[in-house]
Design a protein around this ligand. Structure first.
Ligand SMILES: Nc1nc2c(ncn2[C@@H]2O[C@H](COP(=O)(O)OP(=O)(O)OP(=O)(O)O)[C@@H](O)[C@H]2O)c(=O)[nH]1
Ligand SMILES: [Mg+2]
Length: 331
């Protein structure tokens, strides 16, 4: 059975799986449309798999923001695989591309272990969200709070962005929507002190998860990085082995710029995972692969829309299925 057919079967096996793949399909519709149009166009133009075909394929992948380094690797592997399987027909290459995309993402293991959030079973889990302004930190916290709460977890939020006017209010609004409490101080107060209070509140209430919002912009970048380091030290001091996750939020619509943000933040703080937001807003969803492959940091969550339910645990298979779903219908 072909790889894509296997994916299709997997995502139609249960209602739950189908719901996940529908979310991905919907969120990735812009990328899929542009991607499958181009791939179909390629396959129609080239009957034979030759060097020119690969050159054009390279361009399609680069245009989808897969990232030059990743594309080079991918093309090289595709060429080898095509030779190994003695593939002549360009139509058959679609299968190999989809298979290799999942492989590139997962490396050698099945990848499921490292994409899941490090949530403690019996103790408090502290998750710190970092990222430049406007990428979707606060929104993601609201969505995740909703998700964790619906799994029966006791969730608390803390408003560590005391810099931007309206930031505390915005988090409070998300707290209301998700039905969870928010620990906050007034605008302009010390973020580390708010986070400290959040931790004490979480401990005294026996909360399961504390989600910490932070500012995306301060007077300058050095201040921001220093502040994040300070906040992190407070968390480390107050809760053993915390923060359990430092999630760097990146906006998929900013393309390769997201990669350079990731490098800056990784230098200042140990980023344990990436949240890639606004995948629904771009035709260049290939950035997921570039991030995974070039930074080596796992993408743990993806934002596929603005609604409270539009956050998904990252699943490379669902992602690739979301990209190729149209090509599959035509077979
Ligand atoms: N389409 C779409 N929009 C999103 C997604 N995630 C966040 N947004 C939007 O992005 C905008 C910025 O989101 P915020 O959550 O305020 O971003 P932030 O990182 O907290 O920004 P600062 O507080 O300024 O640092 C909002 O309009 C959100 O609705 C997503 O997955 N898809
Ligand atoms: Mg915010």
């Amino acid at each position: 059975m072909s790889f894509l057919k296997k994916l299709k079967d997997k995502f139609q096996a249960t209602d739950q799986q189908e719901e996940v793949s529908d979310k991905y399909k919907e969120g990735l519709s812009k990328t899929r449309k542009s991607f499958s149009e181009k791939i179909n166009d390629l396959v129609a133009r080239y009957r034979k798999v030759d060097e020119d075909f690969f050159e054009d394929l390279e361009e399609v992948l680069i245009a989808a923001d897969v990232g030059v380094t990743t594309v080079m690797e991918l093309i090289e592997e595709l060429e080898m695989e095509v030779k190994r399987q003695n593939i002549k027909d360009t139509n058959e290459v679609k299968q190999v591309i989809s298979e290799k995309l999942v492989e590139i993402y997962q490396g050698n293991d099945d990848g499921s272990e490292e994409t899941s959030l490090n949530i403690q079973k019996d103790d408090l889990t502290v998750i710190l969200f970092v990222g430049v302004n406007g990428v979707g930190k606060t929104t993601t916290i609201g969505k995740l709070a909703h998700q964790l709460k619906s799994e029966g977890k006791d969730v608390l939020l803390t408003a560590g962005d005391t810099f931007r006017a309206g930031a505390i209010e915005q988090l409070s609004e998300w707290g209301k929507r998700a039905g969870v409490d928010v620990i906050k101080h007034s605008e302009g107060s010390d973020p580390a002190a708010v986070i400290y209070d959040g931790i004490q509140a979480a401990k005294s209430r026996n909360a399961d998860v504390l989600l910490c919002d932070t500012a995306g912009r301060l007077q300058n970048k050095v201040n921001l990085m220093n502040e994040l380091a300070k906040v992190k030290r407070v968390i480390e001091r107050e809760v053993p082995n915390a923060p359990h996750e430092v999630l760097l939020v990146l906006d998929a619509t900013t393309g390769q710029n997201a990669l350079s943000q990731a490098k800056t933040f990784s230098q200042a703080t140990d980023v344990s995972g990436i949240v890639l937001t606004k995948l629904d807003g771009t035709a260049k969803g290939g950035i997921v692969l570039a991030i995974r492959n070039e930074l080596g940091t796992p993408v743990k969550l993806v934002g596929l829309g603005e609604k409270i339910t539009d956050l998904q645990a990252f699943d490379p298979n669902a992602f690739v299925y979301g990209l190729f779903a149209d090509l599959l219908e035509e077979e």
